[in-house]
Design a protein around this ligand. Structure first.
Ligand SMILES: Nc1ncnc2c1ncn2[C@@H]1O[C@H](COP(=O)(O)OP(=O)(O)OP(=O)(O)O)[C@@H](O)[C@H]1O
Length: 206
C-alpha cells in the first residue's frame, strides 16, 4: 500500500501551504481519482507521492517503508506534457529503453510501432509520445503510477485507446494508480473512489 500521512507542503514559506495535513492511501490494484480546481495543489501532491518533492511534514511510505532515495522508483509520475519528460535529443529507442526493455506484449498493448524507434520526440504526436513515456514508466518493480492529466491534450479516440491499454497493464500487474484529472466523466469511468483537493485538504467524493 502507498500511504501518505499528514503531509504538508509549501512552495513559498510566505504563503499558506498548498498541501496541509493530507493523508491518502492507495492499495495495490486500486485506482483512486483526484480532482480539484486549477492551482489547488494536485500536481504538487502527485510529485510528493512520487518522491520528486519532499514534504515539510508528514510521511510517505510504501508497505510501511519510506520511498527509496536512489535507484528505481516504485512510484512513477506520468505527466500531462510528455515532451517535457523526455530528452529531446534522444531517439525514441533510447528513451524507451532508458530504464528497461519493454516486452513485445506491452509494446503491442500500447500500439508502439518499431518505425518510431529512429525518430526524435518532436517527430511523434502527443498521444504517441505519451504512450512511449507510459511504456518507459512500467519497468518491473514499479508498483504505483501517478497519472497527472495524462490524456487531457488527446482527442477522444486516442484518449480512450490510451486508457484502455494502461488499465489493462495496471490490472494485469495489480498496480495501484492515482489519476489526477479535471474530467469528472473520466474519473467516474476509471477510478474506484475519488477525492477533491480544496484549500490544501482532501475531501472524499461520494
Ligand atoms: N515550483 C513552484 N514554486 C512556487 N509555487 C508553485 C510551484 N509549483 C506550483 N506552485 C503553486 O502551487 C499551487 C498549486 O500548484 P499545482 O500545480 O500543484 O496545482 P494543480 O491543482 O495541479 O493545478 P492545475 O489543475 O492547474 O494543473 C499553485 O498556486 C502554483 O502556482
Amino acid at each position: 500500500m502507498l500511504s501518505a500521512s499528514a503531509l504538508r507542503y509549501c512552495h513559498d514559506r510566505h504563503r499558506d501551504p498548498v498541501i496541509d495535513s493530507v493523508s491518502l492511501r492507495v492499495k495495490a490494484g486500486e485506482i483512486v481519482g483526484l480532482t480539484g480546481d486549477s492551482g489547488a495543489g494536485k500536481s504538487t501532491l502527485g510529485r510528493l507521492l512520487a518522491g520528486l518533492l519532499r514534504p515539510q511534514a508528514g510521511r510517505i511510505e510504501l508497505d510501511g517503508t519510506p520511498l527509496p532515495r536512489h535507484g528505481l522508483q516504485p512510484v512513477q509520475l506520468l505527466m500531462q506534457t510528455p515532451e517535457l519528460a523526455v530528452n529531446p535529443r534522444w531517439r525514441i529507442e533510447r528513451i524507451l529503453h532508458e530504464a528497461w526493455t519493454p516486452d513485445t506484449t506491452l509494446l503491442e498493448a500500447l500500439s508502439i510501432r518499431r518505425d518510431w524507434y529512429s525518430r526524435f520526440p518532436h517527430e511523434l504526436s502527443g498521444g504517441e509520445l505519451q504512450r512511449v513515456t507510459v511504456a518507459r514508466a512500467l519497468a518491473p518493480g514499479v508498483r504505483y503510477l501517478i497519472a497527472d492529466e495524462i490524456s487531457s491534450m488527446l482527442d477522444a479516440l486516442t484518449q480512450a485507446e490510451l486508457w484502455h491499454a494502461l488499465l489493462q497493464v495496471v490490472a494485469s500487474r495489480r498496480m495501484g494508480m492515482l489519476v489526477i484529472s479535471h474530467d469528472a466523466a473520466l474519473l467516474s469511468r476509471v477510478a474506484n473512489r475519488c477525492y477533491r483537493l480544496n484549500a490544501g485538504q482532501l475531501d472524499a467524493l461520494a
